[in-house]
Design a protein around this ligand. Structure first.
Ligand SMILES: Cc1cc2nc3c(=O)[nH]c(=O)nc-3n(C[C@H](O)[C@H](O)[C@H](O)COP(=O)(O)OP(=O)(O)OC[C@H]3O[C@@H](n4cnc5c(N)ncnc54)[C@H](O)[C@@H]3O)c2cc1C
Length: 536
C-alpha cells in the first residue's frame, strides 16, 4: 500500500524502504482496530485509549444487515443509532481519523479489511447483547484466534463476565463507577488508504417498523443536553413524577437511549450525578432534588444489575430463568389478542394511550412498561417472548439485558419477585385523572367527558351518541373483563407456584440473580421470595 502523497502524519505507518522497492510497495499499514458497537463516543472509552497507546488506530463500525433483521430490531433504533454514528465520525475525524464503516457480516468485514491492513489487535467494549450478537461474538473470537489476532474486550458497565458469585458485585460496580474517566486520545494517526462506506439509511436495510414521528434524537449532543437539563431543574421532581406517563416524559432523565447506544458513558452519568448531589448538599437551602437524585442514582445501579442477569444466563432472552415455569403459558400467542394489545386496541383507553405513545415516540416510563407487560401476560395470558419482541422493537432504548429480565419479572415467572397484576382502570384514574393523556393519544375518545373517559364501555347509548363514539365500532369494547381475567390469572399462577420443586428452584434463581444489597429471605411454601428492588 503506497503512502498518500503529502500525508506526513501517515509516515510512520509506512517505513522508508530498506529492501527492494517492490517489498515496500506491498507493505500494509499495521493497525489497531477499535470496533465500536454500542459505545458511540470518544469520551471515557478505554478500548480507544488503549489502542491509541499501542499504535495507529482504525476506528470501525460494522453495520450488520442480519442483526437488523432480528425480531427485536427496528428502524427507529437504527435511525437513532445512525445519528450517534454521524456524531462519532465527526468526533473521530476531529482527532485525525474518521470512522470507517462497513456494511457486512462482522467476519466478512474484518476479512476484507485484512486485505488492506495488518490487524495487530482488535479492541472493543464487552457487549451483553441479544442471542444473535452473542453468537456473532463467539464466531468473531474464534476467527480472531485462528488469525492469531488478540481481541481485547473492556468493561463499560458494572457487568462481570464469568461471574461466579454475586456477593462482591456491588463493590466492584462502585469501584468501576468511582474510578477516573479514561482520557480521550489527543490525536489519531490518519490511515489515508482506507475509505469508509456511507452509513446506510434505515430504508436501505429494509428494517421492519412503524413510523415513529416523535422519536427521541440519538447522538451525544442530545444526550449531554438531557443530562444537563435533568441534573439542573428538570429532574427536581423525578421521584414524584416518574409514575405517570404525562409527567414522566419530562421528569425522567430520558438517558436510556444515550446509555443503550453508548453515546454517554454510564460512569460519566454516575459521576455527574454525584457531583450535583454534593453541590446540593453544600447549598445553603435544602433542595427536594436531593431525594430525586438519590432515587435516580439507584436506577443507574439497577441498569447493570439487570444486564448482569443476561450476561450470567444468556438464554433468558427466550427461556424462563426458573425452568419450573416452562409451559405455564402457551408458546404460541393468541394472534388476535396480541394484535389488539400491540396496536392499542384493547378497549382500555389508558392502556391503548400508552401503547400508542410508545408506538409514536419510542419511549414510555417504567411503570407503564410494567403495566403493559402485566396486561399482556396476565389478563391476555400471552407468552412474554411474543409481547417482549413487540416492545423491544418499539423501544428506541432497547437494552436486551434490562428488557428480557424485566419481561420475565413483570410476567411473574422468576420465582423471586412478587407478581404484580395491574388494574388498568385504577392506573387510568391514578395516573391520568382528568383523561387528558387518553384524549391526546386516543382521538376516537376526544369528546368523551368526565369519568367515562376511563371506562367508555360503561356509557349508555345516549351519552355515547353525544360523545360521538360507538363502542365496538369506532373504539373497541374491552378485550376481556379485567377483573375476571385478573382473577383467573392469579389462580393459575398460584396453582403453578405451589407445584412440587418450585421452591428449590426459586432458591437457585435467587443465588444466581438476586441482588445482594439487602438481606433476602426464601420461604418454603408457597414459593415466594421477597428479593430485588423493583416497584417504582
Ligand atoms: C418490561 C420492561 C422493559 C424494559 N426495557 C428496557 C430497555 O429495553 N432499555 C432500558 O434502558 N430500560 C428498560 N426498562 C427499564 C426502564 O423502564 C427504562 O430504563 C426507563 O423507563 C428509561 O427512561 P429514562 O432513561 O428516562 O429512565 P430514568 O428513570 O431516568 O432512569 C435512568 C436510567 O436508569 C436505568 N433504569 C431505570 N429504571 C430501570 C429499571 N427498572 N431497571 C433497570 N434499569 C433502569 C436506565 O438505564 C435509565 O436510563 C424496561 C422496563 C420494563 C418494565
Amino acid at each position: 500500500m503506497l503512502r498518500a502523497k503529502g500525508d506526513a502524519r501517515a509516515s510512520h505507518l509506512h517505513p522508508e524502504p530498506t529492501g527492494p522497492a517492490q517489498t515496500w510497495a506491498m507493505e500494509k499499514p499495521r493497525v489497531q482496530v477499535v470496533w465500536f458497537k454500542r459505545d458511540l463516543r470518544v469520551v471515557d472509552h478505554a478500548p480507544l485509549a488503549e489502542a491509541t497507546a499501542a499504535g495507529p488506530v482504525l476506528p470501525l463500525y460494522i453495520v450488520e444487515p442480519e442483526l437488523w433483521q432480528q425480531s427485536d430490531a427496528s428502524a427507529r433504533q437504527f435511525a437513532a443509532l445512525r445519528e450517534g454514528l454521524i456524531e462519532l465520525d465527526a468526533a473521530l475525524a476531529a482527532l485525525g481519523q474518521g470512522l470507517i464503516v462497513r456494511c457486512a457480516n462482522a467476519i466478512a468485514a474484518l476479512e476484507s479489511l485484512r486485505a488492506q491492513v495488518t490487524i495487530e489487535a482488535i479492541w472493543s467494549h464487552m457487549e451483553t447483547g441479544n442471542a444473535w450478537t452473542f453468537a456473532r461474538d463467539r464466531a468473531v473470537a474464534a476467527w480472531a484466534r485462528e488469525q492469531r489476532i488478540v481481541w481485547h474486550q473492556r468493561r463499560q458497565f458494572g457487568v462481570v463476565r464469568g461471574l461466579k458469585e454475586r456477593r462482591a458485585w456491588v463493590a466492584q460496580w462502585e469501584r468501576l463507577m468511582a474510578a477516573p474517566q479514561v482520557a480521550t486520545p489527543l490525536a489519531l494517526v490518519r490511515i489515508g488508504s482506507i475509505v469508509s462506506e456511507p452509513i446506510p439509511e434505515p430504508a436501505q436495510l429494509a428494517i421492519d417498523d412503524q413510523p415513529c414521528p416523535g422519536r427521541q434524537r440519538g447522538g451525544r449532543v442530545a444526550a449531554l443536553a438531557l443530562l444537563d437539563s435533568f441534573l439542573g431543574a428538570r429532574g427536581a421532581n423525578y421521584h414524584r413524577q416518574m409514575s405517570s406517563p404525562r409527567s414522566a416524559e419530562n421528569a425522567c432523565s430520558r438517558l436510556s437511549l444515550g446509555l443503550a447506544t453508548g453515546t454517554l458513558s454510564l460512569r460519566e452519568v454516575v459521576q455527574a450525578t454525584r457531583a450535583r448531589r454534593a453541590a446540593l448538599r453544600d447549598a445553603a437551602e435544602p433542595s427536594p432534588q436531593t431525594r430525586a437524585l438519590a432515587a435516580f442514582e439507584s436506577r443507574l445501579h439497577w441498569h447493570c444489575h439487570f444486564i448482569q442477569k443476561l450476561e450470567s444466563e444468556a438464554t433468558l432472552e427466550h427461556t424462563h430463568v426458573h425452568r419450573g415455569y416452562d409451559g405455564l403459558r402457551p408458546s404460541a400467542p393468541d394472534a388476535a389478542r396480541l394484535a389488539a394489545w400491540r396496536d392499542g386496541l384493547t378497549g382500555w383507553p389508558f392502556v391503548d394511550a400508552c401503547v400508542r405513545m410508545l408506538r409514536d415516540t419510542g419511549w414510555i416510563n417504567f411503570r407503564m412498561r410494567a403495566m403493559l407487560v402485566a396486561l399482556a401476560s396476565y389478563h391476555l395470558w400471552l407468552p412474554w417472548q411474543a409481547s417482549g419482541a413487540v416492545l423491544a422493537r418499539r423501544f428506541t432504548d432497547y437494552e436486551p439485558g434490562i428488557h428480557w429480565a424485566q419481561m420475565q419479572m413483570q410476567s411473574g415467572v422468576t420465582g423471586i419477585n412478587i407478581p404484580r397484576i395491574y388494574n388498568p382502570l385504577k392506573q387510568s384514574r391514578d395516573q391520568d385523572p382528568d383523561g387528558a393523556f387518553i384524549r391526546r393519544w386516543v382521538p376516537e375518545l376526544a369528546a368523551v367527558g368526565g369519568d367515562w373517559i376511563h371506562s367508555p364501555w360503561q356509557m349508555d347509548a345516549s351519552i355515547a351518541r353525544r360523545a360521538g363514539v360507538r363502542i365496538g365500532i369506532d373504539y373497541p369494547a374491552p378485550i376481556v373483563d379485567h377483573e375476571q381475567a385478573a382473577r383467573e390469572a392469579r389462580a393459575r399462577l398460584g396453582e403453578w407456584r405451589r407445584r412440587p420443586g418450585m421452591g428449590a428452584q426459586n432458591h437457585a434463581v435467587l443465588i444466581k440473580h438476586g441482588s445482594r444489597k439487602r438481606k433476602v429471605t426464601v420461604r418454603a411454601a408457597p414459593p415466594r421470595v421477597q428479593a430485588d428492588l423493583f416497584e417504582q
